[in-house]
Design a protein around this ligand. Structure first.
Ligand code: HEM
Length: 127
C-alpha cells in the first residue's frame, strides 16, 4: 500500500512492540557508548536507565500509533535542567538512525522517525 492515507501505522511498520523494544534496546546501548552523549546516560543509576528505557519504548509505541499509553514525563519536563547541547542532540539522533539502519528498516520508516525526533528538538535542547 503506497497511498499515504491507507498505509499501515508507523507502529506496525516498526514491527509492533517487539520491533520497538529491540530498536530501543539497541539505541540505549549505542547511547551508552556514544562519545558525545554517553556521559549523560552513564551517569544514570541502573534503575533510572531501566526506567528511561521503558519510557522511551512507550513513547515511541504510543507516538507511532500503537495501542499503548505513554505514562512518562513530557519531553520538556524530562530534559529541563540538563542543558542538552545541539551536539548531544545530533549524537542521539545519529544513534537512532544507526540502530534503524542496522535493523534494515526501509528508508521511509527511518525518515518518519527522523521527522518525529527533529520535531522534538526545541523541547529538548538548551532547557
Ligand atoms: C528525539 C530525542 C529524544 C527523545 C525522543 C527522548 C526521550 C526521552 C524519554 C521518553 C525519556 C523518559 C522520560 C521520563 O523519565 O518520564 C527521556 C529521558 C532522558 N533523556 Fe531523552 N530523549 C531525547 C533526547 C535526549 C538527548 C539529546 C539527551 C542528552 C544526551 C537525552 C537524555 C536523557 C536522559 C539523561 C534521560 C533520563 C532522565 C532522568 O532519568 O531523569 N535525551 N528521554
Amino acid at each position: 500500500m503506497n497511498d499515504i492515507l491507507t498505509r499501515d501505522t508507523l507502529y506496525n511498520r516498526l514491527g509492533g512492540q517487539p520491533g520497538i523494544d529491540k530498536l530501543v534496546d539497541r539505541i540505549v546501548d549505542l547511547h551508552l557508548h556514544n562519545d558525545v552523549a554517553g556521559p549523560r546516560y552513564q551517569a544514570l543509576s541502573d534503575e533510572a536507565t531501566a526506567r528511561a528505557r521503558e519510557k522511551v519504548k512507550e513513547f515511541l509505541a504510543a507516538g507511532s500509533g500503537g495501542p499503548v499509553e505513554y505514562t512518562g514525563r513530557s519531553m520538556l519536563e524530562a530534559h529541563t535542567g540538563m542543558n542538552v547541547s545541539s551536539a548531544e542532540y545530533v549524537a542521539v539522533v545519529d544513534d537512532i538512525m544507526q540502530a534503524m539502519n542496522e535493523m534494515d528498516y526501509p528508508r521511509p520508516v527511518c525518515d518518519e522517525v527522523l521527522g518525529i525526533a527533529y520535531s522534538l528538538k526545541e523541547e529538548i535542547i538548551h532547557k
